[in-house]
Design a protein around this ligand. Sequence first.
Ligand SMILES: [Zn+2]
Length: 74
Amino acid sequence: MARKIADCRRFESDSNCSLTIIGEEDEVIAVAAKHAADVHGHEDTPELREQLRGLLEPEDSYIAGSREAEPFPA
Ligand SMILES: [Zn+2]
């Protein structure tokens, strides 16, 4: 199974979070949901996890450094 990326740099946040999580899809979702709740004030719900799943990017699209942030989809 190809690894996936959840990239906080992709979205605007109060803390300008630079965290990037890379791993198997289920691993990334588990960590990203906890991170979104701990750091970004989201509620760790099945809906959030589903939304995060839709925002994952393929591992080989990873780019080092910074990237332009867009608003987190509501
Ligand atoms: Zn973050």
